[in-house]
Every structure is written in C-alpha cells, then in structure tokens.
Write a protein that binds this ligand. Structure first.
Ligand code: IVH
Length: 699
C-alpha cells in the first residue's frame, strides 16, 4: 500500500505537523493532513504496527477537525473525520446485494477434500488444480460497495439476497478505507465480501465490562460482532473496536472510458493482493497458493495447530480455485459455488443434556445458578457444569431441566450455553424455578429493583463466610500461599477457623492433628500467614471483599487515605470525591463501614498485627514508568512474576495481557515462546531481559 519512500515521507510530514503544534491547516495543506491521518489509521488498524502514539494521532485529528469546522465547505466525504456521522440510526434500510451471498459447502476431513478435488478435476479436465487456501474467519459477514473509488454502502448478509444497510456502522471500522483507488485497476463499481470480527482481546474486555455490570457474558466473539453491527448508536459501535477482513470480490464493472486497458487480477490471490495494495485488510499474509489437493491438506492441517495463537477466532479454512476463469467454468449449484469449499476445524461446540441446576452462594451473597450437564468434550476439555448466570438468563434462553443444549467454548473463554434445542423436547422437561430462600442458610433471598441477581443478605451465611475467607487469602488479595480454597473449606468444617481474623489465631498444635499436614507444611503455612500481616494497604482493602471494590479501586482508595480507619470515617460525599469512585462504589464502601461486624473484624485484624496503614514508599501511578506498558513472558529468575508486575505498577506503568502495538516493553525470561516471536515483528516494542528491567527500575 505504501512504499518505503512514501512511508518515510509521511512519517517525516507527521513529525513536522506534531512539532509545530500551532501549524494551522490551510486549504492548500489540508489534504496532506488527511493523507497523514489515513496513513496512520492504516499502520494501526491494518498492519497493527503504529508509528505514532494515540495522543499524537488525536492531536493531528483534532487539528483537522478544527479546520473542517471552520471551513465546512472543504470537507470531503472520505475525510477521516467523516467516519463519525449522525450518531443515532432510526432503522436500518434494506439493501439488495449486487450478487446473492451464497454460503459454502462444508468439509470435515481429508476424504471430503479428495472428493471435492476429484469432481473439480473431472469438470475442468485438468490433472492438477491450483488452489488458494485462507482462514475461515468466524465473524459476521458483510458486503461493501465502492463506486468511483468511494465507499457507498455496507450491508449485512441478511437472507443472502437482501440485507440491512449498516453503512454508518461499517464506517466505524477503521481498517475499512472510506475510499480506495479501484480506478487504478480499471474498476468503476465493485462489491466486496468480508467478515467483521471482534478480536479475542477486545472480546474478553467486552465480556469483562458486562460482568462488571452484573450482566452475563456473550458466548463467542461472533455473536458480539454480529450484535455490534446492529447497534443504532454509531459511537457505541466505534467503542467496540471491530475489525474487518475482506476476502472476495463478488462483482465489478470496468471504467467506461477504457474497457480494454483493465488491469484487474485474473486470480483470486491476485484479488487479495489488489485489496491489500488498496489498503484493505485482506488475508494476503495468511493465504497460500498451493498446487494440488495434497499440498492444500498439509497446509490447512498445519494451520489448525496455530489456531489458538491467532489474535482472532477462525473456525476453519476456505479453499478456493485460484484461477478466476476456471471458477467461472465450474460455476455454482443453487446453494454454493463449486470452486470453493470450507474445511471446518474441530468443533468447539457440542450438544449435551441439562440435568439439574445447583445454586452457589458467593461472597457477596449473590446466588448463581450452575447447570449440571451430562459431561461432554468441547474443544479438548470435558465440561460437566456451566454457569447460567441469573434468573433472567435462564428465562431468556428458555432453559429447562432435561433440555438438549448447545454448548460453545470459544478460545480461552469459559464455556457458555448458546441455546436450548426446544425442537428436541419430549414433554418431560421441567421449568427451572429459582429458589426463594438461600440454599445454604435458608434466609429469604432478595432482588433489589433494577438488578439481575438474587442475593442472600444474611452476612453470617456460612457460604458467604467461607467465600470471604477464600477471597481474603487469595493470590491477588493477602496472598497467603498454600492456604487455598480446599484448605479454607477443610479448616472451616473442622472448626479451626470461623472467620477472617481467626486465620491469625491458627497454631501449629491445632494443625498437627490434621491428616496429611506434616511439620514442613505447617511451618510454610504459618510463615505465609505471618508474612501476610505486612501486605500493603491496597491488598488489605481488596481482600475485605467489599462489593464493587476490585484491585484497581483498592489501589485508588489506598492512595487516597493514610490508613484503613480513615475510610470508616468518610461520608458518602467524601468517598465520591475520590477519583474513579462513583455513586454505586461509594455507597457500597459506606455501607461496609457502617456495619459493626465489619469494624469489629478490622479491630481484631489490627490486634493480630496486620498492617493497617499505607507505607510511605508505596505509590501508584506516579513514577519513572508513567504511562508505559509492560508484559512479562517466560520464567523470571530473580523476581516472582507477581512482584515484577507490582513493581511496574508502583512506578506508574501498566501491565498488558498480550502483545500488541500498544505494548512498550516485553520483559523476557527463560523459555519465552510465541509472545517473544510476535513482539519481534513489531519494531516499536522494546525487548528487555530481566536484568535490564531491574536496571531500568533501579533496584
Ligand atoms: S468465501 C461465494 N472466504 O463463511 C464465496 N467465506 O460458511 C463467498 N467466511 O458466508 C465466501 N471466511 O461469511 C469466504 N475466507 C473466507 C471466509 C468466508 C469466512 C464465511 C462467509 C461465508 C461463510 C460460509
């Protein structure tokens, strides 16, 4: 798309614009600024390899926006500012595809592919056919039309003939160019096919946000992408960070004035290359041209082993006859083209039977229904129970005991029920009735107005007490090593612990009577308990298990006070004045400290010697690593992974969960694997050894 020379020029021009912050765009240089912004969008969204930072991009974007506000007559429809159109869409108009969107025939093993290849060779009379194999993206399919180089429409698949016109939403996908020079290939009007998807990282982020709202997660990124395309607020669509791969040219016309001189590709791979050169994200890097079906089979089987390393979901491969003239000769059946076939990977879906529902009481009293299902293999793991989240979720999915259900496990996501299959009901299925009382302590359950979750509000409910202790000792809270969930339950059942403070009264004598607890394990456990007394304040705050107070809020609160008892004296208003503490969080903290049982517990902890003050040297979000992002990979020799991450955060840095262009530093320990490989491909990421990292933070 951009030659080395162009890249250098555009990068130099960006620096110039950024250096002269007051450089006002003029009619003359406005197009330069637009080109610079388009170039950076391409680097970021198509190549995943940005050359400037987000704030730098934003400042260039704002300069353009400002100028266009003053000179609306000079706005062009393909200006980078024009992605954000009218924010609210009333209804999606229907639009007919230029060519019907057919689906593909499926294959599941080498045998199916040999059959398909044999038929194609018989029909064509060729000995060997050249194929192009590429990933089968697991998203929502779309078609785009460009006319005279401008994007004119984006449409969902719909029934294959007619779909919903979602053009304003498509414009929110930054890897989709608003204009592209098809005319340089002699093309006047073109219809493209592709797939919109949400990558694994953004999908996880989206589900995390739902969970924070107390809402059930979506089963897979495909549903998330399809749903996102139908949102009627374009700003919300933009926030989802959708991506698009374009993999097929379904229709095109030539520029009228020069029909002879067309430079359009004659192969499918040539089309992918053309799309890539025009700035689209086509599977140009992922596809392979292969002679004969044996080579295809070897390639796709090897590709399947890399499936989990890809940043997005694929559910198979698509094999296409490469020569477009041969595609035409092979033609279509009424359902699918004869020149292409989908090869489906091992399913990550399975059906099973919903046998029963059990109810678990969490540490905040939330009652979560868990479906017990007939154990079934899904994508390599056996699943025997699945969370069904809350009462509304069960109603919405119309789940009944005895139902056949479809389960999906997408990548690293916890398995979810996609739906029940009511068509297989026998009439013996039972409607699931949510209990009215706590399954553990029998107290009446309550569901506050506007919330989805039923709760047991008996603070002394055994289930809650145990869950609170489990949370308190857990790795990210007080980190009492070797305690663990199983030991908490065991000790509680034996009466060795009754609440959080009783942890600190455990003695070697009491533990000695336990089977399987030798002198060494007792010593380790008591040492870990002792060490936890000095944990920093933010860990203690988080460990208390106050509703809505996660690790981040724990840190914010620790920063705002000098000791835990300060919080007890805060009013609702004072709490709300703390950065990032909203109404809901403030109320929850306030209520926690209003409860006498809680303040008694804190005094007991204080008496046991737990540090209740913020130590002077623990500071967050300020320091030498301010704003920088880090990721650790491989085995570290000198630091524990969690300590290293804490050091980054103490110095104002941030930990990322994966390698992306947003990452500044990858710290590499022994036996680093795919993360290191990936980071090497992104020049902006600095790769450091553990020693270099330690030097950097001066310890
Ligand atoms: S080609 C006429 N290529 O899979 C041929 N389809 O099961 C057009 N899909 O409806 C389709 N990745 O939504 C093609 N690389 C790829 C694809 C792909 C995903 C989807 C597409 C299609 C469905 C068929």
């Amino acid at each position: 798309m951009y030659t080395n020379d162009q890249t250098k020029k555009l990068q130099a021009a960006s620096s110039e614009w950024l250096a002269k912050k007051d450089k006002a765009p003029s009619e003359k240089n406005i197009e330069e600024l637009r080109n610079i912004l388009r170039f950076h969008e391409y680097r970021y969204y198509v190549l995943n390899d940005n050359l400037i930072t987000d704030p730098e991009y934003d400042s260039l974007y704002k300069a353009l926006e400002l100028f266009e506000n003053e000179h609306p007559d000079l706005i062009t429809p393909n200006s980078p500012t024009q992605r954000v159109g009218a924010a609210l869409i009333k209804d999606f108009p229907k639009r007919q595809h230029l060519v019907p969107m057919l689906s593909l025939e499926n294959s599941y093993d080498a045998e199916d592919l040999y059959d398909w290849d044999r038929k194609a060779r018989e029909l064509s009379g060729l000995d060997t056919i050249e194929y192009c194999a590429e990933p089968k993206f697991d998203g929502a399919s779309i078609s785009l039309v460009y006319e005279d180089d401008m994007l004119t429409s984006g449409t969902t698949r719909g029934d294959g003939e007619v779909g919903d016109d979602i053009t304003p939403n498509i414009k929110q996908i930054r890897s989709v160019p608003l204009s592209a020079s098809f005319s340089s290939y002699g093309i006047q009007q073109v219809e493209l096919r592709g797939e919109v998807l949400l990558n694994k990282h953004n999908f996880q982020k989206y589900n995390d946000a739902l969970a924070e709202e107390g809402l059930p997660p979506l089963a897979n990124p495909r549903n998330a992408a399809a749903g996102s395309l139908r949102i009627k607020d374009t700003r919300e669509v933009a926030r989802r960070n959708l991506e698009a791969f374009l993999y097929h040219v379904s229709y095109h016309t030539n520029t009228a004035d020069d029909p002879q001189a067309t430079k359009e590709p004659v192969t499918h791979s040539g089309m992918l290359e053309m799309l890539w050169n025009l700035g689209f994200r086509s599977p140009q890097k992922e596809m392979k041209i292969l002679k004969g079906i044996d080579a295809v089979i070897a390639f796709i089987q090897a590709f399947e082993t890399r499936r989990d390393d890809l940043p997005y979901e694929i559910d198979g491969m698509v094999i296409k006859v490469n020569d477009l003239a041969l595609q035409d000769r092979l033609g279509m059946t009424s359902h699918h083209p004869r020149w292409a076939i989908a090869y489906k990977f091992k399913a990550r879906q399975a059906t099973s039977k919903l046998l029963d529902v059990e109810y678990q009481v969490g540490r905040t009293g939330a009652v979560t229904p868990v479906a017990k299902i007939q154990p079934v293999q899904v994508g390599g793991v056996t699943v025997g129970s699945i969370s069904v989240h809350n009462e509304d979720y069960i109603k919405e999915k119309d789940l009944r005991k005895g139902d056949t259900i479809l389960i999906e496990r997408s990548g690293d996501v916890i398995p979810q029920i996609v739906r029940s299959l009511p068509e297989l009901r026998t009439g013996k299925e039972e409607v699931i009735v949510f209990p009215k009382t706590c399954p553990v302590c029998n107290d009446e359950l309550v569901k506050p107005e506007g919330e989805a979750v039923w709760r047991c509000v008996n603070i002394n409910c055994k289930a809650q007490v145990v869950e609170r202790i489990i949370h308190f000792v857990s790795k990210d809270a007080m980190d009492i090593r070797s305690f663990g969930e199983a030991n908490v339950r065991k000790f509680y059942d034996l009466g060795l612990i009754t609440d959080i403070p009783s942890i600190y009264a455990l003695t070697a004598d009491a533990l000695k009577q336990l089977e399987g607890f030798g002198a060494k394990s007792i010593e380790n456990l008591l040492q870990a308990i002792e060490a936890s007394k000095a944990q920093p304040l933010h860990r203690l705050i988080y460990a208390l298990g106050i509703r809505y107070v996660g690790e981040t809020t724990g840190k914010t609160l620790a920063q705002a006070v000098s000791g835990i008892f300060d919080l007890a004296g805060y009013t609702d208003e004072q709490l709300k004045a703390i950065d990032d503490v909203g109404v809901k969080v403030a109320r929850s903290i306030f209520e926690f400290f209003q409860n006498e049982d809680n303040t008694k517990m804190l005094h007991k902890l204080q008496a046991a010697g737990i540090s209740m003050e913020r130590s002077k040297n623990v500071r967050f979000a300020e320091g030498s690593l301010n704003g920088q992002t880090f990721l650790f990979t491989g085995t570290l020799n000198k630091l524990k992974r969690s300590d290293a991450e804490e050091k980054v955060e103490q110095n104002g840095g941030k930990i990322l969960s994966g390698v992306s262009s947003k990452l500044n530093y990858l710290i590499v320990g022994e036996d680093a694997g795919s993360k290191l490989e990936k980071a090497r491909k992104i020049p902006a990421i600095k790769i450091l050894t553990e020693d270099e990292f330690l030097e950097m933070i001066n310890t």
